[in-house]
Ligand binder design. Structure first.
Ligand code: XCC
Ligand code: SF4
Length: 646
């Protein structure tokens, strides 16, 4: 049945159960014939997965454990006396803190870069002075008559305070951007974060043996982590990345494994932080002649996962595939080098590369893989290191066996790069004075029913991309505008939904008419796509910014807007922290699969039910079937419209 977890097929499972992506199927046939194991095989080898783990009722937080709770009887408590509610809530808080820490660490790195740019210590530039000034103004900094580097230094200083400070004031990045209504709501619940490092540290402390046993208190701490993630992770990273690398504007590209080129040196950037990938892209362009001297037609760079989204948005680099396709990109035998930084990188890449070709290069002190080549990437010597990495790719190309290259033909045209600035820019072509008005009017008059952000990962427990694609087809056919990020955006791109043709062929009549009008007014000669690609997972903050602007315009709270979020195939702890932020913002958040909380009725009931909704305005909604999920989301949009009198 469409959208239900795909079972645990591995080698035995039919290809159409594993993925809907034809390029991926072709590569899976190849790995199967060659006996190369992929993530699908390893899922099978893990069956049956531990029931205690799935329910979240095992605890190994102290050396008296591990303890597990019998969901049907005894033992009902761990050695220390912790019950299922405590253990589930504690595990969830740790997971969400894990996701949050990943985004905050990412954001910290880009802030560090901005600070070093201001001090003239590194060879990165500020590409968007306008955004720098806008952010500085919002932070209450004086911008007149200040040179750009001074201002950059001051913004970096403010940003550092959101990671670490020695006061108990609310985290600055949240205080500057969150709506007052939310700040009041969070204040009443006692979940306003002080600074990211302190809250993440506190979450680790709170979940150690013999500290917090109260599931509700633990859930509130989880909400606090969501806010840290949203503001000191997502928002901060995106803001500073836009300052350094530029705010995205619409860009055309192609996606899927067909973007790899047999006669080129193929370099794949994989991971998350654009500090590395931007430099790699730059050096791929600069070393073109060296590649030609080595017998290649040139250097082709492609992206995977979120760093792929970053360089797509700003440089038009084609995304090769999303999370579940990372091994399959190597199985083409055409990837000469894959360079990674952190997050979502499967250690198995080494084995696949060893069989087919290609070097894996790790770059971060915290992210190494046995068998990979490690080039320590530093901001100070970014150019030398990026050059070294691209030269290694050229060398690797020389060793490639052309007879073993097999690149699937699939590639699909896409349009990406829809930052809030780009969206407002397009709308301003219709109404320069009041750019949000055309969008708001279209929502009010029902041409657009509402908006859903589909975000997040692939998870091998689902048929790859299926839930993303089937859900979104239903939504846009019902006049719901979709915005997408992360691996969801990749999935929708591969399925042709990030393209104006999908507006003509899939979108409902109201949505089609609006997108066509905006496309015409913006002089694009074609409609906007029905799914706006807004970037990487940290770029979910762009969706937040847009919702805050819309709510502000309408004079209502974000929680009252006809909008929802969805992570159809979530995998990473980051998906949990992003989802928690979305719920804290007041947004109904669909997930195709629940986190490991079903062992506590208290916790799972609170997350999906009245307790959380009445306090925050949002809640989680679990549904694996994309058609049912679309129905659920559409009903939600309708009820929000009704409440607004629309
Ligand atoms: Fe990772 Fe960001 Fe998930 Fe994709 S969507 S699997 S987190 S790359 Ni962020
Ligand atoms: Fe067991 Fe308690 Fe230790 Fe967890 S903290 S492992 S439940 S004794």
């Amino acid at each position: 049945k469409a959208g239900t977890s795909n079972n645990w097929g591995g080698m035995k499972m039919s290809l159409d159960k594993k993925t809907i992506d034809r390029a991926a199927r072709q590569m899976l046939e190849r790995t199967r014939a060659d006996g190369v194991k992929t993530v699908w095989d390893r899922l099978e080898a893990q069956q049956p997965q531990c029931g205690f783990g799935l329910l979240g009722i095992c605890c190994r937080n102290c050396l008296q454990g591990p303890c597990r709770i019998n969901p049907f009887g005894e033992p009902s408590r761990g050695v220390c006396g912790a019950d299922a509610d405590t253990i589930v809530a504690r595990n969830l808080l740790r997971s969400v803190a894990g996701g949050t820490s990943a985004h905050v660490d990412h954001a910290y790195e880009v802030v560090e870069a901005l600070d070093k740019i201001a001090k003239g210590q590194i060879d990165y530039q500020i590409q968007d002075e306008h955004k720098l000034k806008a952010i500085a103004t919002k932070l209450g900094l004086e911008t007149d008559q200040k040179d750009i580097t001074t201002l950059a230094g001051e913004v970096a200083e403010k940003a550092f305070e959101s990671f670490t400070n020695h006061t108990s004031e609310t985290m600055g990045w949240l205080a500057a951007w969150a709506p007052q209504e939310r700040i009041d709501t969070w204040g009443k619940l006692g979940v306003l974060p002080r600074n990211a490092d302190r809250e993440i540290r506190e979450a680790m402390h709170q979940t150690t043996m013999g500290v917090d046993a109260d599931p509700i208190n633990l859930l509130l701490a989880t909400v606090k982590q969501g806010l840290v993630d949203g503001f000191a992770g997502l928002k901060l990273a995106t803001d500073i990345q836009d300052i350094i690398f530029g705010t995205p504007q619409p860009v055309k590209a192609e996606t899927n494994l067909g973007v790899l080129k047999a006669d080129h040196v193929n370099v794949v950037v994989h991971g998350h932080v654009p500090l590395l990938s931007e430099k790699i892209v730059e050096w791929c362009r600069r070393l073109e002649e060296e590649a030609k001297a080595a017998g290649a037609a040139g250097i082709n760079v492609a992206g995977i996962c979120c760093t792929g989204n970053e360089v797509l948005m700003r440089q038009g680099v084609p995304p090769a595939t999303n999370f579940l396709g990372q091994e399959l990109a190597l199985a083409t035998g055409a990837v000469d080098l894959m360079v990674v930084d952190a997050q979502c990188i499967m250690p198995s890449l080494i084995n696949v590369a060893q069989c087919y070709h290609g070097e894996i290069v790790t770059t971060m002190p915290i992210s190494k893989i046995p068998g990979a080549h490690h080039v320590p990437f530093t901001l100070e010597e970014a150019d030398q290191q990026a050059r070294e990495i691209v030269r290694r790719a050229i060398n690797s190309f020389k060793k490639r066996d052309m007879n073993r290259v097999q690149i699937p033909e699939e590639k699909v045209p896409i349009v990406a790069g829809f930052s809030v600035e780009a969206i407002i820019g397009a709308l301003a072509k219709i109404n320069a004075e009041d750019p949000l008005k055309p969008l708001v009017e279209s929502i009010k008059n029902g041409a657009i029913l509402g908006a859903v952000g589909t975000v997040g990962c692939n998870n091998v427990k689902f048929t790859q991309d299926l839930v993303h694609v089937e859900l979104v087809k239903q939504l846009i056919a019902n006049d719901v505008l979709v915005v997408a990020t992360g691996c969801s955006a990749h999935a929708l791109g591969k399925a042709g939904l990030l393209h104006p043709d999908a507006t003509k062929n899939v979108a409902g009549p109201g949505l089609r008419q609006v997108l066509t009008a905006v496309g015409e007014a913006a002089g694009l000669g074609e409609p906007l796509p029905p799914v706006l690609h807004m970037g990487s997972c940290v770029d979910n903050s762009r969706i937040g910014d847009l919702l805050i602007a819309l709510a502000d315009y309408l004079g209502v709270a974000v929680k009252d807007l006809p909008v929802a979020a969805s992570a159809p195939e979530p995998q990473h702890e980051k998906a949990l922290s992003i989802g928690t932020w979305a719920v804290a913002m007041g947004i109904l958040t669909h997930v195709g699969l629940p986190p490991h909380v079903l062992g506590s009725a208290t916790v799972s009931g609170a997350l999906t039910g009245q307790p959380v909704e009445s306090l925050l305005g949002g809640k989680f909604y679990v549904e694996a079937d994309p058609v049912k999920a679309a129905e659920g989301l559409i009903n939600h949009l309708k009820s929000k419209r009704k409440a607004l009198g629309l």
